[in-house]
Structures are given as structure tokens and as C-alpha cells.
Design a protein around this ligand. Sequence first.
Ligand code: ZN
Length: 419
Amino acid sequence: MSSTTMTKNKKKKKTPQSHASNSYLRINTAHPSPDYASAVSYLTSQAHSIGLTTRTLLLTPAAPLLLVTWPGTRPSLPSLLLNSHLDSVPAEPSKWSHPPFSAARSPDGRIYARGAQDDKSIAMQYLEAIRTLKNTIPNPTRTVHISYVPDEEIGGADGWGRFVESEVFDEMRVGFMLDEGQASVGEEFRVFYADRCPWWLIVRAVGVPGHGSRMYRGSALENLMRSVEVVGGFREAQFDLVKAGLAPPSEVVSVNPVYFKAGVESGEGFVMNMQPSEAEAGFDVRLPPTVDPDLLKRRIAEEWAPAHWNLTYTISEKGPIRDFKGRPLMTATNDSNPWWSVFSNAIVAAGGKLAKPEILASTTDARFLRQRGIPTLGFSPMTNTPILLHDHNEFLKDTVYLRGIEIYEHIISALSSSF
Ligand SMILES: [Zn+2]
């Protein structure tokens, strides 16, 4: 987009756009019973008001997926996909200063709503950016799609999990996807090129049972405590890297104990004069894609839960860590990825600054695309904003929201051209 166009757009009155997003925030799409029908109907009417085409896919009967399309003049080019999930996590209204689905506005412009940051803001910003762009470009070179998907907050199996396997998805020929990111407390926009992969590890110990008064080797709890000590040492070493500023929290392997189970229950507590024959501990482990999963598995087998301590273990891998070709699940953020170059240059052209690309500490739908080898970045344009996703009193300032639309105008304009 030329700079003259941007200047012209900047003079536009922005208030109506802000109001439009508030209507979407007032639709309760929180689990356990998200109102997907109202959300899809609202977004469909917004898309039609801009002249975009829509399709509602019912890959799961109760969870519709809305696909909005702005057709390109060269459909042979791989398409650009902008993604947003329809659902939100629940809110506890009693702990909020305003009702979570009121979209109440404070005098300084904070709009309070569950989903204000995660991720209804981008859902509306995509549409508003295209609404503005359409004034100057009737059709982009490359086809632009927006996907509004259900069930991200509950794992995505019935949302993106089904969509990525569908014929419709194949026909879209997606070259690059922009997905949700996170707020930035500073001036720089944050961008995420990978997610961490969760592993749920359970270590089980068996041992000789005995009287509580006897000291002997090889009780189940002694065996489990040796394991906990070794895992604890690994955890400290990873934590030290973070505390020393040598690695951001999302770039180390986090290991956190989440439960211990042992003892023989009696009526009002546990039998105290007996050493039990079984014990177990559960750990939440998160791996960045930079880590070799086979090496970690060997460490678990040989050091964390060795058989000679009468320990066994199970690892439940909650997501992929490699793509379909066996490569680490991450999107390149250098010149080898033309989408990255165009994206990052567009931010600069919009007058923004990008922070060093990060790995997201948690998991998003982006993994479904990265697994297919499709470059995907997590990005929500929110600077000078506290990180409130899943928190009480989630809000976004109207000025930050409106600035985000301008950022997307630059990004969509650049990424939908040919390069
Ligand atoms: Zn989200």
C-alpha cells in the first residue's frame, strides 16, 4: 500500500469500527457452552457487509467453522490465511470489575470482556483491515482467507484437527498462516514462531512394604524420592538458565511436579506405621522444538525413572514436536522464509517495531499447520498492554485495537501481493 493511501485512511473516523468489535465481544462464546451460532452469524454479516464470500463448515455438528474469502486475481499463488478461534475460556463474573460479556468501556478507553485479548480482537481487526483495504484494492493478487474455528481452548481436535484433514483445507492451498499471539507490555510487537509441546509424565515406583519403624533399602517411596530428586536437579538447572537471563522461559524444558500419590488410606487420613508398596508422581513437561525428544526420552529412561530403582513410567505426548518430514516444528524467522521477510518489513513500514521472535510457552492451533510444513506465525498486535489472557478483568484499550487495524492493513496488503 502506498503512503498516500495510508495517510488518507488515517484521517478516517475510527469510532464505528470500535463499536462493531464490541458487539462481537458481547456474544458469550465461553466454554462449556459457547454460543457458536451467534458468533458465526455475526461474523458472517460483517463479512457480507464488506462484500466477502463466506462458507460455514460443519465438520462437527455442534461446532461450526466459518471461512471468509477475499478472492485474489491470481488464484494459482498460495493463499494467505488469517486465523482466529471463536471460543473463549470461562470467566468468573464475581471476580471481574465489569460483567465479562458487557464490553464495558472505562473512561480511559479500556474495553473489558472475556476474549478482548484472546482472541476476539484479531477476529475483528482482520475484517476491519480488509474493509479499509477494499477502498483502494478491489481484489488482492493472492487469495486471502479468514478462518474462524471452534474449540481451540479445549485442544482443537474437533476444530483445526478436523479442518486440516478436510478437502476444503487442501483446496485453499495455504502458503502462510497468521494466528494469535500475545500482548506486549512494551513498545515492541511480539511474534511467535513455535509452540512448546506438552508431555505428561507419570513415574511409578514399587518397593518392599514394611513396618513404619524399620529402616531398609528399596521402599516404593524411597525409590520415588530418588526419582523426584533427579528430576528436581534437572528442573533447577533449566530454571537457573532462565533466572540468569540466558534463556527465555519458553526456550527451556520446563518440568513441574503436579501430583504425588502414595500411602495407604485409613478412615481419617493415612496409615502411619506402614511403608506402602506403591507410589507415583506426575510431571508436566514442556519441550521447545529446539530440544531433541529422543535425547530427553533416553534421559527419562536412564536417569529419571531407571528400572533398577524399581521405577516405570509413561509419557503421554500431547502434541507433535516434528513436522511431517521429521523437522523441528518451527517457522523460520530469517530470509530463508520469504513470508517472514514480507511480514517483518510490513511491520516496519507501518511504523512498528518487532521484538525478537519467541517460542510460545503454551500450545495453540498453529501446530496443526506447522505439522504440515506450512509457515505460521503467532501475532496479536497489542503493545503497551498487560498480558491478561485467561485472567480476570481481561481488557484491551480502544486505541491499541484501532492501531492494530492499521498494522493489519499493512501486513495483509503486503502478504497478499505477489513476491
Ligand atoms: Zn487464544
